[in-house]
Design a protein around this ligand. Structure first.
Ligand SMILES: [Zn+2]
Length: 145
């Protein structure tokens, strides 16, 4: 597993919020540990990291456009509404991306819902995971945000 640990400190030097672990890829090949005040923010931070370092784990812009186009065709909605998406565009996009999770964040990028999981973890769980990754010769990258 390739694991990234994104520490995020308050100005007081304390770690920010709670500790979350996200795994990505069909077999959980990549992991991100992040400290944030809530799950949503943590997921956004993790996805922003993916976009910068492991973009192959995200739904590509091309794939997203293709799914959107197909959904429009299914709905009988003629494209393009390039400048401002109409109500049908929005519906089609929602339908196209129903099986995907939007990371929001800075990028609004999507990940396949079946290819990620995330939860809060304890310090002990993190230590166990770190030693497992080290034992299996995985990669650990420490990043301070
Ligand atoms: Zn439209």
């Amino acid at each position: 597993m390739r694991l990234a640990i994104l520490t995020n400190f308050w100005s007081t030097g304390k770690l920010r919020g709670d500790r979350f672990l996200f795994t990505f890829g069909a077999y959980g090949s990549h992991g991100v540990i992040v400290w944030e005040t809530c799950f949503e923010d943590a997921l956004n931070t993790a996805i922003d990291y993916l976009e910068e370092h492991w973009p192959g784990l995200l739904v590509s812009r091309e794939e997203e456009a293709q799914l959107f186009k197909e959904a429009c065709e299914e709905m009988g909605h003629a494209l393009p509404c390039e400048d401002s998406p109409c109500e049908d565009c929005n519906k089609a996009h929602e339908k196209a991306m129903a099986d995907f999770t939007c990371g929001g964040g800075n990028s609004g990028r999507y990940i396949a819902s079946w290819e990620w999981s995330g939860r809060e973890i304890s310090r002990q769980e993190m230590k166990k995971l770190l030693s497992d990754v080290e034992l299996s010769c995985g990669e650990i990258e420490r990043v301070s945000a």
